[in-house]
Design a protein around this ligand. Structure first.
Ligand SMILES: Cc1cc2nc3c(=O)[nH]c(=O)nc-3n(C[C@H](O)[C@H](O)[C@H](O)COP(=O)(O)OP(=O)(O)OC[C@H]3O[C@@H](n4cnc5c(N)ncnc54)[C@H](O)[C@@H]3O)c2cc1C
Length: 373
């Protein structure tokens, strides 16, 4: 039984997933967050788990998608068994539509990628589309090119998933310290000795894992690593509709509609570089409302229950940073997962836990190394 003490900085999906996995492998884990745990980008996201390669993945990012996709199915069961909490994991399938020539061209290109990676898909005739999603009937005339069904696109209800992770961590003895902002790591002769809180208290541990999402940028800079992590704001609106208006995730370009079982429908999102400002704007919300109602006219008049913004941890090359921090023998990072952090969280947690237990991870982590830029 490994009883090394790991301190995880950041209680989003990345930190909580790592905490759970590490606690299952016998580590003694503490997780700190400057705010409440399980909020921030991880709470704000849509919870789409896009179809991923099942076989033939050569590229490490594709392998990470494949690993995570498989693990999500397992984790949903395991979390339910150990906590009784439904994470909202559903094999709902996704429908992809092109409503402009550019969107249709992208989808036509995606087909090659789906073929190459054995991702199941079906080309839908307008009649088949309407049969699957009657609410899209008024949109069929606007289709440019065919619609596509990807049965292996899933969703989870991220606030529920986070709640389940927190409960599973609690049951495994993970110490959780919300309201604990870390200002810097105290480094001595190539070893981190402690994490200094805003109250000038040092939290000591054997191993340190930085999972502070978009805020990992400054931690890495302070440790001497220029990096491409940057906050990319997304905004979302939540309709309170009746159940079954939609049943699949509907994707159009970079935007989507995600139907929950209870009739709520999420509409997102945008990508904005506005620094660490996490407010919604009337313009973006109005635009999302217009767009969603143009795709599903049945949403007109449906009340909007809530809207919010979140800061995705973007990275300059679209790849996360996962692995040891060069020059430090006891610190690692797992951050910068941009639009895919909910999807890639389980796989990332397993990779980090493999590294910390001295196992060879099943994926080559070279593309995710710290210090690449
Ligand atoms: C609108 C939107 C839609 C999205 N949709 C999807 C989707 O459908 N599918 C998908 O896979 N991904 C999606 N994402 C992306 C996904 O949400 C993120 O990639 C993921 O949540 C990142 O998780 P994280 O734990 O790294 O970061 P976060 O969730 O941001 O957690 C980082 C934590 O670190 C804490 N922290 C920061 N600084 C400090 C400090 N100094 N001391 C202590 N704690 C600190 C923060 O308080 C925060 O809780 C979406 C994101 C947004 C915003």
């Amino acid at each position: 039984m490994n009883r090394d003490h790991v301190l995880i900085l950041g209680g989003g999906v990345m930190g909580l997933s790592a905490a759970w996995e590490l606690s299952r492998r016998g580590f003694h884990v503490t997780i700190v967050d400057r705010g409440p745990l399980g909020r921030s980008a991880s709470w704000a996201g849509a919870g789409i788990l896009p179809a991923a390669p099942r076989q033939n993945a050569i590229d490490p990012l594709e392998q990470l998608k494949a690993l995570s996709h498989t693990l999500h199915e397992q984790w949903a069961d395991e979390l339910r068994q150990s906590t009784g909490i439904d994470t909202g994991f559903r094999r709902c399938g996704g429908i992809h539509l092109g409503l402009s020539p550019a969107e249709a061209a992208t989808l036509a290109g995606n087909r090659y990628w789906w073929d190459e990676h054995n991702i199941a898909y079906t080309r839908l005739s307008p009649e088949q589309l309407i049969e699957l999603e009657p609410a899209l009937q008024p949109t069929v005339n606007r289709l440019v090119g065919p619609a596509w069904l990807l049965p292996d696109e899933y969703q989870l209800r991220n606030p529920w998933h986070l709640r389940a992770l927190m409960e599973a961590c609690r049951r495994n003895g993970v110490q959780m310290l919300p309201g604990t902002a870390i200002e810097r790591l105290d480094v001595h002769h190539g070893r981190v000795r402690g994490a200094m809180t805003a109250q000038k208290r040092s939290i000591e541990a054997d191993l340190f894992l930085i999972c502070t999402g978009a805020w990992a940028r400054q931690f890495l800079l302070d440790l001497g690593f220029p990096n491409g992590i940057m906050p990319i704001r997304g905004q979302m609106i939540l309709y309170r509709s009746t159940p079954h208006l939609l049943s699949h995730v509907i994707n159009v370009g970079n935007r989507y509609l995600v139907p929950r079982d209870d009739g709520r429908i999420l509409a997102g999102s945008v990508e904005e570089e506005v620094g660490y400002v996490c407010d919604t704007t009337p313009e973006a919300l109005a635009d999302l409302q217009r767009w969603s109602q143009s795709v599903v006219p049945g949403l007109q008049g449906v009340p909007i229950e809530a809207s919010w913004a979140g800061l995705r941890p973007g990275s300059f090359d679209g790849l996360p940073y996962i692995g040891p921090i060069p020059g430090l023998e006891n610190a690692m990072v797992a951050a910068g997962h941009f639009r895919s952090g909910l999807h890639l969280s389980c796989g990332t947690a397993v990779l980090v836990a493999d590294l910390l237990t001295g196992r060879q991870p099943p994926i080559d982590l070279t593309p995710f190394r710290i210090g690449r830029g």
